[in-house]
Design a protein around this ligand. Structure first.
Ligand SMILES: Cc1cc2nc3c(=O)[nH]c(=O)nc-3n(C[C@H](O)[C@H](O)[C@H](O)COP(=O)(O)OP(=O)(O)OC[C@H]3O[C@@H](n4cnc5c(N)ncnc54)[C@H](O)[C@@H]3O)c2cc1C
Length: 303
């Protein structure tokens, strides 16, 4: 027999016990649904070195139920180099289940224009540029929704530990906004929200302005910038280590769910920092991670 060599990826494949039941795969590449663009705004500053847009899509009377943490697919028009229709690209939903505009059948996305590839060579990403260039009134072909485990808990006093970089903030924005609306209703006793958010610079951090306006007793925001001129590089894992005692307190609470989203390259450093936070406090990370995983409380989505 051949021994398994590939390391198993960390993370739950099951949703938290109190998460709502998601719908998935209602529309595929052969039967996409048409959505209409109702908004497209740049959410990074004009002087930032990368450009990210906030796009709002409306589904009219077509059912497109989504939960925070799910993603949708977008099919760019035209064909690829082999003459085949473009495969759908996935984008995380950035709005709460009841709509970017509450009560409307719409969904928001956070899309970064891909202008360089992972090696830093110039490239024009097919779908990200198509989406960022969309105008109000344009129609788009959408697949999905996708995802059945990266979902938020719904029980009172449940905590969210959210760790993200760049557009990985999309699901965190969705979850935070849903909790903010629940809290504003006065009918929900929310637990603690703790956010670790990294970007190259403040100008490049999507939603920086609105994020900083959230009440401090609602969400504990920790920002890391890796390219601020004249300042040392700081990454989300550095902040996790600085706040290790508070992070561990949350990790030890069975009402806490952990979410990590962003570029693939962040995952290793974040997991190492969580391990350090646990072990400094005398908690064995492997056992804790196994419990979190089994209970649907540790979710990683990196791309
Ligand atoms: C579950 C999931 C959720 C996602 N959520 C989001 C989201 O919320 N917002 C978002 O902007 N993207 C998100 N993505 C990434 C998105 O699906 C596309 O991969 C991305 O927009 C690039 O597609 P493209 O067609 O523009 O580039 P392509 O034409 O497919 O690629 C062009 C070149 O750029 C490289 N490349 C691809 N993506 C990147 C990148 N992000 N950075 C640098 N180089 C890249 C490719 O390797 C290729 O060489 C998500 C991906 C997954 C799997």
């Amino acid at each position: 027999p051949v021994a398994a060599t590939a390391a198993k990826r960390l993370g739950s494949t099951i949703k938290p016990w109190s998460a709502a039941h998601p719908y998935a795969n209602l529309y595929g590449p052969k039967n996409p649904v048409t959505a209409t663009v109702v908004g497209n705004y740049r959410v990074t500053e004009a002087d930032a070195s990368s450009v990210t847009h906030h796009i709002v899509l409306d589904f009219g009377a077509m059912p497109f139920p989504v939960l925070e943490g799910q993603s949708i697919g977008i099919v760019a028009p035209g064909v690829d180099a082999r003459g085949k229709p473009h495969h759908p690209r996935q984008y995380s939903v950035a709005s709460p289940r009841n709509g970017e505009r509450p009560g409307y059948n719409n969904v928001a996305l956070t899309v970064k224009r891909v202008t360089v590839d992972h090696q830093g060579r110039p490239v024009t990403g097919v779908c990200s540029n198509y989406v960022c260039d969309l105008k109000k009134g344009d129609t788009v072909q959408v697949t999905g929704p996708f995802g059945a485990s990266f979902l938020m808990p719904n029980h009172p006093r449940s905590n969210l530990l959210m760790i993200c970089t760049g557009t990985g903030s999309a699901p965190m924005r969705a979850m935070t906004e849903y909790r903010r609306r629940l809290r504003a209703s006065g009918k929900f006793d929310s637990g603690r929200l703790m956010l670790f958010f990294g970007a190259r610079t403040e100008q490049e951090l999507p939603y920086f302005g609105p994020l900083m306006k959230l009440p401090r007793d609602f969400i504990d925001v920790n920002l890391a910038f890796s390219r601020t001129p004249g300042k040392p590089k700081r990454y989300v894992q550095d902040l996790l280590r600085e706040r290790a005692a508070d992070v561990l307190e949350l990790l030890k609470d069975e009402n806490t769910c952990v979410y990590v989203c962003g570029l693939k390259s962040m995952e290793e450093g974040v997991v190492a920092a969580l391990r350090d936070a646990a072990e400094q406090g005398g908690v064995a990370w492997d056992a804790l991670a196994a419990t979190l995983e089994r209970e649907g409380r540790l979710h990683l989505e990196t791309y």
